[in-house]
Design a protein around this ligand. Sequence first.
Ligand SMILES: [Zn+2]
Length: 262
Amino acid sequence: MDMFKESLKKSLRYISEEMFGKQNYNAYERPHFTVHPLNYMLKDLVEIPPMEWHSYAFAREPLNNKFSDSQRKNWMKKSIACGQKYARKIYEKYNTKDPVELAKFMKMNVSYPETPDRTDRVLFAEYRAPNQICIYMDAVQKANVYLKQPEVREILTENLNIRYLLLAHELYHNIEDTHKNEIFTQTEKIRLWKLGFIHNDSRVITLSEIAAMAFAQELSCIPYSPYVMNMFLVYCYSPEEASGIYEEMMKRANRIPVPYAV
Ligand SMILES: [Zn+2]
């Protein structure tokens, strides 16, 4: 476990993708950040409406430099709608919003190890096709300690159950797998190049992440974007890194980060 912590510290420097999925490593090393109080950061971030997360959401997209801002906004809207639509479909089908129940109906094999086997990346949950989901409990348990603070609970609301939220996000990735041919986040592609009859089309990974967040938000009935968890869960390991993430999130949503330091 100590090994995990040590390498987690290192890998926190390379947060180049969101924390609910795979990582890549071509990010810069973050500078040092002033540590902000958790409450202030959460209060600001829960105010950002889902649509205003588009710049943050696409910042980790490998193909991001090929898109215009209006393209990003359009995709944001469609991906959120897609996530919400499939959330409604699934709870109407199984008559529950409880992701543990849904996982059973969907025949998922869910495990709750403390930490990932591979320790070279920051990861809080993971889906592996066809039916494996891992929720890493070390982060969840640490976050639950902060959630016991009445102010934190009040901001994040009674509806927040972090383990359920992570599970719901990963369930969406399975739904994508099983609806490959018709689900927007799988069928939408961009043409990378074309030469005569030959062309190469690519999926846009960020669309899946946006939809998975919207899906998880819809099922858990929280009034803010689950992207907030990217800051909160990192805070459990490094308040400084989390403060950097908070500043980035605020700037990308055209908001001014709080000037308060701890
Ligand atoms: Zn994901």
